[in-house]
Design a protein around this ligand. Structure first.
Ligand SMILES: Nc1ncnc2c1ncn2[C@@H]1O[C@H](COP(=O)(O)OP(=O)(O)OP(=O)(O)O)[C@@H](O)[C@H]1O
Ligand SMILES: [Mg+2]
Length: 231
């Protein structure tokens, strides 16, 4: 579904990603692990077209999408949950969901009711303003909002960051459910235990380079390698 081929991304003159390549196949949850500042968010933003790479290729459903605007990628079925959530503080939780609604291309789509089915805790917050939600509630809302666009593929940037253990568990179950209904996911995380429990395949990024890649079994067994890669 997604193939990132040797991308180089910069912020101004700072060279951040050095030839990052990764692949995500349909129906998989693939993780991108890495310590603080390793380049996870930059990789996600490069894929979503927010920080277009200067070199390399990004293919999505066999189409070259490098340099495309984020809204075009969203139309093609790419969903993005940024690490900083970007919830509208003055809109209610319900309104935050409604403004993101997009007709599904085919089959059953996501609506507010379906999002509340996935996150029952959000239903009771329907009329609360986004700015008054807790960090965990905002995380759930940000995922719900991305689902309202009916993506086939979702970029999830550090969903567990700052969440209490009980919420981390619920989030893990939710991602499992999304996979069951056919969503393909690229998950950027620092929380190794949470992430490996959910993923089919994983990459470790360090200093803007892919340091290791392997099956979940290989990633679990190779603790030495994980340490070398800073995770
Ligand atoms: N807007 C920016 N301008 C300049 N440098 C940036 C910018 N955003 C990030 N960087 C730098 O790019 C590098 C990679 O950052 P990135 O946010 O991709 O890492 P990360 O793996 O997502 O880290 P974290 O776990 O802290 O979210 C870091 O050295 C960071 O300082
Ligand atoms: Mg990040």
């Amino acid at each position: 579904m997604l193939a990132v081929e040797k991308i180089h991304t910069y912020y101004g003159l700072s060279h951040i990603l050095f030839g990052v390549s990764l692949e995500v196949n349909t129906g998989q949850v693939v993780c991108l692990l890495g310590r603080n500042g390793a380049g996870k968010t930059t990789t996600m933003k490069s894929i979503m077209g927010l920080t277009p790479p200067k070199q390399g290729r990004i293919r999505f459903n066999n189409e070259d999408v490098g340099g495309r605007e984020p809204y075009l990628l969203a139309r093609k079925g790419m969903g993005y949950v940024p690490d900083d959530r970007r919830i509208f503080a003055d809109l209610t939780a319900g309104e935050n969901l409604e403004i993101a609604a997009r007709e599904p291309k085919e089959g059953e789509g996501w609506d507010k009711e379906r999002v509340y089915g996935l996150f029952p805790a959000l239903r009771t917050l329907d009329s609360r303003r986004g700015g008054f939600l807790s960090g965990g509630e905002q995380k759930m809302l940000a995922i719900g909002r991305a689902l309202m666009g009916n993506p086939h593929f979702m970029l999830l940037d550090e969903p567990t960051e700052g969440l209490a253990p009980a919420l981390v568990r619920i989030l893990g179950e939710t991602i499992g459910q999304l996979k069951e209904v056919g969503l393909t996911v690229l998950l950027a995380e620092q929380n190794v235990k949470f992430t490996l429990g959910l993923s089919d395949y994983g990459y470790i990024i360090d200093d803007g380079r892919i340091c290791y890649q392997g099956t979940v079994k290989e990633l679990i067994e190779n603790e030495e390698v994980r340490k070398t890669c800073g995770i």
